[in-house]
Design a protein around this ligand. Structure first.
Ligand code: CU
Length: 370
């Protein structure tokens, strides 16, 4: 209803402006009424070009000033700073070129505005000018592309050097599940055709594969700081994308294939909470939440920073809520946590302690409830 009223009001305002313009035109009958632009029209348009130039510079400065704080904080992975430098240098170059060319474009638009009796100078070509405006972009772009390829190759080099932990990220509409490779650090074979909900085998692990028994399936990702992680991504249904913005990591999850990404976290969750940008963001958010709480609205609990794994492909109606918490901690904390988790063998294959199947039952319900 409010939308309809707003639209009606806007339409009425538009009609009013239109009518007033008509009255204004009628009252100007005596003035010259030619459709051909004269010197004064051209001059007005020349000044309008400068006004527009000031507008785009102004909005640029305003956006940096006002929205700069919404950018991601410092990267929390080893490769993140290379990625950020590449991004920063590319953006700085784009902004310098954009600022200069916009000024030139608008200035020349004004300088060579139409003046009665002035004729345009025509020349077919100028080799030196064309050489300059070809060679400079060629050098700059070649430099950026080579640097980009070098950074890309480094980041995408998923290998087994430096003793990485192997973790599977399993995507499905609309949640994530993680699987640790266990003591042998080798993930057991898995296939969506082997999913057996009755046995709580939610990831379709192959029970006959000896590597599967020690795998650990969890709904919260814990990572020890300073240790490389090799992620292997799978999807059960549609395209998803595993996006871990604080680690500058993103990889598509594609049904029927395993994609990989690797990074080394360099700050624990606790350390990242001390980061000034993160602390400022938490403070801002909690101020808004306190206001909501005062009004008795939802989503008003104080928020604490956590790393997060998000889905970055629009994969269905609850895509926006497809996320998993990531906790980066010290090696000791990680060891203590992983020791508490039940293996696939214990939970599903009935090895050792059978009572623990209840824990996994919770996991299954959590998955099925989406
Ligand atoms: Cu998704």
């Amino acid at each position: 209803m409010t939308t309809l009223l707003t639209l009606v009001v806007l339409a009425l305002v538009a009609i009013a402006i239109w009518q007033m313009t008509k009255i204004f035109e009628l009252s100007q009958l005596k003035a010259e009424n030619s459709q051909i632009a004269n010197d004064s029209d051209n001059k007005t348009n020349g000044y309008l070009l400068f006004a527009f130039l000031i507008f785009i510079y102004g909005i640029t400065i305003f956006s940096f000033w006002n929205y700069g704080k919404y950018l991601l904080p410092e990267a929390a992975s080893e490769h993140g700073s290379d990625y950020d430098s590449l991004m920063l240098v590319s953006m700085v170059i784009i902004f310098i070129v954009q600022t200069l060319t916009q000024a030139l474009l608008h200035y020349f638009g004004y300088k060579y505005r139409g003046v009665k009796g002035r004729k345009a100078l025509f020349f077919a070509d100028n080799d030196r000018l064309e050489f300059i405006w070809t060679i400079i972009p060629v050098i700059v772009l070649a430099g950026l592309i080579l640097w980009g390829l070098y950074t890309w190759t480094n980041i995408m080099d998923v290998n087994d050097e430096d003793d990485p932990i192997v973790v599977e990220l399993y995507a499905q509409q609309f949640n994530w599940t993680a699987r640790y490779a266990g003591d042998d650090n080798v993930l057991g074979k898995a296939n969506v055709r082997m999913i057996d909900i009755n046995k709580a085998n939610v990831l379709g692990l192959d029970e006959s594969d000896t590597y599967a028994a020690d795998d650990i399936i969890v709904k919260e990702l814990h990572l020890p700081v300073g240790r490389k992680v090799n992620f292997k991504m799978r999807s059960q249904d549609v395209l998803h994308s595993a996006y871990m913005p604080h680690f500058r990591a993103q990889m598509n999850c594609v049904p029927g294939m395993i994609t990989e990404f690797s990074f080394t976290p360099i700050y624990t969750t606790e350390e990242m909470r001390q980061n000034p940008d993160v602390a400022a963001k938490v403070k801002r958010t909690n101020e808004i939440r306190a206001e909501r709480a005062a009004k008795g609205e939802d989503n008003s609990d104080p928020w604490e920073f956590d790393y997060v794994l998000l889905c970055n492909k629009i994969c269905g109606k609850s895509h926006y809520n497809m996320q998993m918490k990531i906790i980066v901690e010290t090696q000791e904390e990680y060891d203590a946590w992983i020791a508490e988790q039940k293996t696939f063998g214990q939970n599903v294959m009935g090895q050792a302690d059978a009572g623990s199947a209840n824990d996994f039952g919770k996991l299954e319900t959590a998955t099925a409830s989406h």
